[in-house]
Design a protein around this ligand. Structure first.
Ligand SMILES: Cc1cc2nc3c(=O)[nH]c(=O)nc-3n(C[C@H](O)[C@H](O)[C@H](O)COP(=O)(O)O)c2cc1C
Length: 102
């Protein structure tokens, strides 16, 4: 398994106060996950890297001058692993979306 991380220099982040995480990071993450799927790779977006960054910093050589914003675990799914039998459900689009002008 590999980990992709989004990092910023701490200096550039100051521009984004009071919300220091750029809004387009979500779109970038989703595109990475969709691109991985095209190569039969599974992904898991991980906040854990932000909460517990020490391991990631050590193994990916990320210096303290860079802030870890999010990480995405990437790997080939093991479909025989019991947890991968779980199929998660989604709320309906109608429940999550308000359509104006349509
Ligand atoms: C911004 C973000 C951060 C997340 N952080 C974690 C995390 O730290 N640990 C975790 O187990 N799942 C985390 N998740 C959830 C998983 O990435 C995944 O979306 C969730 O397990 C649902 O999987 P599914 O799409 O197969 O239903 C995070 C999701 C998002 C969007």
């Amino acid at each position: 398994m590999d980990i992709i991380t989004a990092i910023h220099s701490r200096k550039s982040i100051r521009k984004f106060k009071p919300d220091p995480v750029p809004k387009d990071i979500g779109a970038a993450m989703q595109n990475l996950c969709l691109a991985a799927l095209n190569y039969d790779l599974g992904t898991c977006i991980e906040d854990q890297s932000v909460l517990y960054p020490e391991v990631l910093r050590k193994h990916a050589s990320i210096p303290d001058t860079k802030r870890i914003v999010i990480a995405i675990a990437v790997g080939y799914p093991d479909w025989d692993f019991p947890a991968n039998e779980l199929i998660s459900t989604r709320e309906s689009i109608e429940k999550n979306t308000t359509w104006l002008g349509f």
